[in-house]
Write a protein that binds this ligand. Structure first.
Ligand SMILES: Nc1ncnc2c1ncn2[C@@H]1O[C@H](COP(=O)(O)OP(=O)(O)OP(=O)(O)O)[C@@H](O)[C@H]1O
Ligand SMILES: [Mg+2]
Length: 141
C-alpha cells in the first residue's frame, strides 16, 4: 500500500499504526535516502510499543534495544557488509520471537534477512512530503 505523509508527526503516526498491527518476532525493513524519515517512522513504532526512552539514530551503535510492552530492536544496516558483520551486532539473537525488529537500510543485507519481512520504502517529495510504500501488512488507514 502507498501512503503520503506531510510532516514528521504524520510519519510517526504511520509507524505507530504499523507497530500496533505487529506481533513479537516481526521484522520491518526500512529503505530510502538520507533524511527520508526512516528514524521518524521507527520513533512512531516505539511510541506505539510503549517505549519511553527517546529513539535516536542507531548509526554509530548499529543496534539499539528499547524496552516497551514489546522489546524494540532498532538497527542501521548501512555499514554492514556480510553475515559476520550482522552476527557481530547480536542481530540473530533477537530473532527469537520476543522482539520487534526495525532495520534501516535493510536492502544492504537483504539476502541475510529472514523471508517475509515487512518492507517500508520511503521517498521524499519536496521538503515535508513523503511517499511511503508498505508491503507485507493489510492497509493501515
Ligand atoms: N513527512 C515527513 N516525514 C518524516 N520526516 C520528515 C517529514 N518532513 C520533514 N521531515 C524531516 O526529515 C528528516 C527525517 O530524518 P530521519 O532521521 O527520520 O531520516 P532517516 O531516513 O532516518 O535518515 P538517515 O538515512 O540519515 O538515517 C527530519 O529532519 C524530519 O524533521
Ligand atoms: Mg535514520
Amino acid at each position: 500500500m502507498e501512503y503520503r505523509t506531510h510532516s514528521p508527526a504524520e510519519t510517526r503516526a504511520l509507524g505507530a499504526a504499523l507497530a500496533r498491527r505487529l506481533t513479537p518476532g516481526a521484522v520491518v525493513g526500512l529503505n530510502g535516502p538520507l533524511g527520508a524519515g526512516k528514524t521518524a517512522f521507527v520513533q512512531g513504532m516505539a511510541e506505539a510499543l510503549g517505549v519511553e526512552e527517546p529513539v535516536v539514530s542507531p548509526t554509530f551503535a548499529i543496534l539499539c534495544v528499547y524496552e516497551g510492552a514489546v522489546q524494540l530492536v532498532h538497527m542501521d544496516a548501512y555499514r554492514l557488509e556480510d553475515a559476520d558483520d550482522l552476527e557481530s551486532t547480536g542481530f540473530y539473537d533477537f530473532l527469537d520471537g520476543r522482539s520487534i525488529l526495525a532495520i534501516e537500510w535493510s536492502d544492504h543485507i537483504a539476502p541475510l534477512l529472514p523471508e517475509g519481512i515487512i518492507r517500508v520504502a520511503m521517498a521524499p517529495l519536496g521538503e515535508t512530503n513523503r511517499i511511503i510504500h508498505i508491503e507485507g501488512v493489510d492497509k493501515l488507514c
